[in-house]
Design a protein around this ligand. Structure first.
Ligand code: SF4
Length: 336
């Protein structure tokens, strides 16, 4: 389905009409009758032709820590989720979905257990950011970052993901995020990494590595059989050399699976050359067989990396009480 900007252009309307509609969405307009900056006749015609929003919230949950999760419906009835994560000093990070479901089947991921869905469109992705921008405003906060870490593998839907990143960055479209504050996270879909390197906006690349050897990675992430660790890291190095930017390595700490001293040593050995920054992530249990590493193992792992000269941050989990944290984005509570 075309978005309203294409419909308005096809009708010969001036470009500022689409901008008026976008501004109204940023201020919370739910439907065309609330876009009062447009002439009444045009609103009526639009209402017959194209929805104002390409995704519509049908459930909302707010965590004790201020994190908000939405279940959103596409016009063909698919359920996706977006999570607005609360940080200190009024900053918010939005985690967006790029596919409804996912074909890659990572063993620790609730979305992977749902199986494949369809690729989302540019508008379906960008509208998640518009909704979040409005929500942040109502909390006297600011949408500061967008991460493509929700449902789906973004590099399998890269045209729409990059198109949506352009919309989120474009100040005329309203959200106006700095490109550096947009991060695309992949489990290692290698062909997409080269294309990311050619994209003109300096958006960031994050890679969910989660294991430093092929045996372990094969067991928890089937994508590794297609693109093993050495191929993946070679692609990351080419990306870093082309763009001059570091790659963020995401590492989920799974108790007894990938969090021992030998794992830390192997990981440090792989990432020695200064092109990487490591984020260690607390695991939030899904229906799968894994448990998060206990705090003492997490700390030991981070210290071992630091002793080998690897910079690592530990990322606290947010919104776990509403199943909003990484790997929990599934429609298990969708009720339909
Ligand atoms: S972690 Fe990402 S790529 Fe893996 S199954 Fe989940 S959504 Fe898909």
């Amino acid at each position: 389905m075309s978005g309203f900007a294409e419909v308005l252009a096809a009708w010969g309307e001036p470009a500022y009409r689409a901008e008026q509609a976008r501004q109204a969405k940023l201020h919370g307009a739910a439907g065309w009758d609330e876009v009062t900056t447009l002439p009444k006749a045009l609103r009526a015609r639009l209402a017959d032709e194209v929805p104002l929003w390409s995704v519509v919230p049908d459930a909302r949950a707010e965590s004790r820590d201020g994190t908000v999760k939405w279940r959103l419906r596409t016009h063909d009835g698919l359920a996706i989720e977006a999570v607005l994560i609360a940080h200190a000093r009024g900053r918010r990070t939005l985690c967006v979905s790029s596919q409804a479901g996912c074909a890659l089947g990572c063993r620790f991921c609730a979305t992977g257990m749902m199986g494949p869905g369809r690729d989302l469109t540019v508008d379906e992705i960008a509208d998640q950011a518009v909704l979040a921008h409005h929500e942040a405003g109502t909390q006297a906060a600011r949408l500061a970052n967008v991460v493509f870490m929700g449902m789906g593998e973004p590099l399998q839907n890269l045209d729409a993901v990059l198109g949506a990143a352009e919309v989120m960055h474009d100040p005329r479209a309203g959200v106006g995020l700095s490109a550096r504050n947009i991060a695309v996270s992949t489990v290692g879909w290698v062909p997409g990494i080269a294309r990311m390197a050619e994209f003109p906006l300096p958006i960031r690349l994050a890679v969910s590595l989660h294991a430093a050897d092929d045996d372990t990675r094969d067991r928890i992430m089937p994508v590794n059989k297609r693109y093993p660790v050495a191929n993946l890291l070679a692609a990351c190095r080419r990306y870093s050399d082309t763009t001059g930017r570091r790659v963020f390595i995401e590492y989920l700490l799974l108790d007894g699976v990938n969090d021992g001293p030998a794992d830390a040593k192997r990981l440090a050995g792989l990432l020695r050359d200064g092109r990487f920054h490591v984020n260690l992530i607390e695991y939030n249990p899904t229906a799968g067989p894994f448990r998060g590493s206990p705090p003492e193992r997490r700390e030991r792992f981070a210290s071992a990396l630091a002793a080998s000269g690897i910079v690592a941050s530990v990322r606290r989990s947010r919104g776990a009480d509403i199943a909003a944290a990484c790997g929990q984005l599934a429609t298990r509570d969708a009720g339909g």
